[in-house]
Each structure stands twice: as structure tokens, then as C-alpha cells.
Design a binder for this molecule. Structure first.
Ligand code: 5HQ
Length: 331
């Protein structure tokens, strides 16, 4: 079996949403595929109206295939301090023509104001490893873990694009979606993340390669690229107007600064992925400001590097759960 679904970026590529069908008759919600977490949760009719602001609500009572898991609850808090919690149902879930008939669907009873404010986002599909699913008394499998045994190949792929729709594929690798070779690196899933080690980085096409192992996670649900301080300093030292502005929460530079270099990260076997300098200017710091917030910021608040959308949209990425490895290719 296999599946394929389009993903669509919101403005500034802050997040990527995909249509997901839940229940019978099917209810279509737009969800954020997040390889940095492992709960599939949705805005639901269980929410207080004050927590809803335009989102599409999953109504388990309108689904003839929904079964409430009595006594089960879930609660999740993300790195950006947003959170959600609620009850657990089992229902049928289809993503890109791939159906899991008994998927744990976590129906929100509470969401933080950041989620309420994001009216396009109806919830998340966590495709990390099930060990960090938050459902109690027993954790639930991810959509991919439920689908995997029936797939042609135990992989899903992420093709995120800058300012344009891309694609998530399940169960196969589209050889037309990337250029050159796919370099595979081992994944350590102990903490439930797609955690891997990059051999190093290079700033600019003429810069030298810095052989320094960077431990981090591939996370489709994080917007920016969060790297060790030393790497950020090496990068921003090449941008004339760059400054670290605590009041803005990170590195900024003049939006019209033409010296933004490309950033390359090693994936192994001598391969590097090139992130164009244009991806590394994120957005104006304030309306009317001449300064822009960098797409690369420090990971010091996190404790490990996060290869978020800024990096992932420069690559074709294979999440190979069957062999616990990540595949990286240019495109
Ligand atoms: N890294 C997971 C994740 C995804 C989306 C969000 C989010 C969307 C709106 C408010 O917060 N938060 C965390």
C-alpha cells in the first residue's frame, strides 16, 4: 500500500498543512505533519467556543466509526510553549488515499491561545516515534506506525518547498522528486525523535568545511533552523549588518543586506545540502522595519539542534522507520 498528499505552506512558510479525512462520513481537517512529536490530535466539538477561532472541528458523535476510549486522556506541550489536551477516540483516518482504520484520534478539550489564534491549523499529525505519545493510561501508535506493516516500503518522505506546495509520500520513494543520490544516516529514536548526527557545515560556496559533529533532530513541525551557537556565529559573522538582538529574541540583519551566504550542512559520505541564503532571511522584525529576523537561530534554549522547515525545504528527506535511518538528497 502507499499514499501521497500535497502539503501547503502558510505565509512565511511558518508551517505546512495537509488535508486529512477522519471518521464516517469523512470529516476533512487541515493538519500539520510534525516529525518532532507523536500525538495525532485535532480541534474538536469538545472544545469551549472561546478556544475556537475558525478551525474545522472533529465531531466524534457525527462519526459512526468513532469509539471513545473511556478513561483515556492526553496532554502535550511543545517547544514553543503551546499546548493542548483532551480525550481519545479510535476512528478511521485517511491521508493521501492511505487509510488506517483504527487510529487513535486525540480530540482536544483544551488548546493554548497560540493554537486558537492559528485559524488555519486544525491540529497535528505527530510522526515521531510512538514512545513519546502522551496518551494515558497507555500510549498510542502514530499513524505511520499503524500503516507501516501494510506499506510497500517502511518509509515516508517529506518534500517541503519554499513558498509553494510540496508533497508527503507514504510507503515509497519518488525517484523523480530529487536529484543526485540519497545519503542515508543512522537515527537514534531513544528520545522519540528523528535524531541524527551531521558531520559538519560550511558557510558560503567558498568557505571551508567545518568538521564538527552536530547532534539534532529532523523536525517538520518547527519553522526555523536552530543550531549551536558556534555555528550561528560562523554564519552571522559573514553578514555585514547582522547583530544578536535579545530584544528581538535572536539574530537580525538589514533585510536588504545582500551578503547573506548560502549555508551547507553535511549529511555523510561527503554529501552536503545547500540552503540558499534567501531561505535564511525569515521575516521583518516589525512592520515597517528595515531589519529581518534570521531563519537560523541558536539552539541553546533547546539543548539539541533542530533541523526545521528552513533546512528541510532545501532537501528531499526520507524518514525510514523500518531501518531507523534518515535519507537526505538535494532536489
Ligand atoms: N513543533 C510542533 C508545533 C507545531 C505547531 C505549533 C503551533 C501552531 C500554532 C501555535 O503553535 N506549535 C508546535
Amino acid at each position: 500500500d502507499r499514499g501521497s498528499v500535497q502539503n501547503t505552506p502558510k505565509s512565511y512558510d511558518v508551517e505546512y498543512l495537509m488535508p486529512v479525512s477522519i471518521g464516517t462520513p469523512s470529516q476533512q481537517l487541515n493538519l500539520d505533519l510534525d516529525t518532532g512529536s507523536s500525538d495525532l490530535w485535532v480541534f474538536s466539538t469538545l472544545l469551549k467556543e472561546s478556544m475556537v477561532n475558525g478551525q474545522t472541528l472533529y465531531d466524534p458523535n457525527a462519526s459512526t466509526t468513532a469509539d471513545k476510549m473511556e478513561g483515556y486522556t492526553w496532554k502535550i506541550t511543545y517547544g514553543d510553549q503551546s499546548y493542548s489536551s483532551g480525550d481519545v477516540y479510535i476512528d478511521t483516518v485517511t491521508i493521501g488515499d492511505l487509510t488506517v482504520s483504527t487510529q487513535a484520534v486525540e480530540a482536544a478539550k483544551e488548546v493554548s491561545e497560540e493554537f486558537t489564534a492559528d485559524s488555519d491549523n486544525d491540529g497535528l499529525v505527530g510522526l515521531g516515534f510512538g514512545i513519546i505519545n502522551t496518551a494515558k493510561p497507555y500510549k498510542q501508535k502514530t499513524f505511520f506506525e499503524k500503516a507501516m506493516p501494510g506499506l510497500d516500503s517502511p518509509v515516508f518522505t517529506a518534500d517541503l518547498k519554499a513558498g509553494a506546495p510540496g508533497r508527503y509520500n507514504f510507503g515509497y520513494i519518488d525517484d523523480g522528486a530529487y536529484s543526485g543520490n540519497i545519503t542515508y544516516v543512522p537515527v537514534n529514536s531513544t528520545d522519540g525523535f528523528w535524531r541524527w548526527v551531521s558531520p559538519g557545515f560550511q558557510v558560503g560556496s567558498t568557505g571551508s568545511f567545518n568538521s564538527t559533529r552536530i547532534h539534532g533532530i529532523a523536525d517538520t513541525g518547527t519553522t526555523l533552523l536552530l543550531l549551536p551557537d558556534g555555528v550561528c556565529e560562523a554564519f552571522y559573522s559573514q553578514i555585514a549588518s547582522a547583530e544578536y538582538e535579545p530584544s528581538q529574541g535572536g539574530y537580525t540583519f538589514e533585510c536588504d543586506d545582500s551578503t547573506i551566504p548560502d549555508f551547507y550542512f553535511g549529511t555523510g559520505n561527503g554529501q552536503m545540502i545547500r540552503i540558499p541564503g534567501s531561505y535564511l532571511s525569515y521575516s521583518k522584525t516589525d512592520t515597517g522595519s528595515s531589519r529581518c529576523f534570521g531563519g537560523m537561530q541558536s539552539d541553546s534554549g533547546v539543548g539539541f539542534t533542530i533541523w526545521g522547515d528552513i533546512a528541510l525545504k532545501a532537501a528531499f528527506v526520507v524518514f525510514d522507520q523500518g531501518n531507523e535511518q534518515l535519507g537526505w538528497a538535494e532536489k
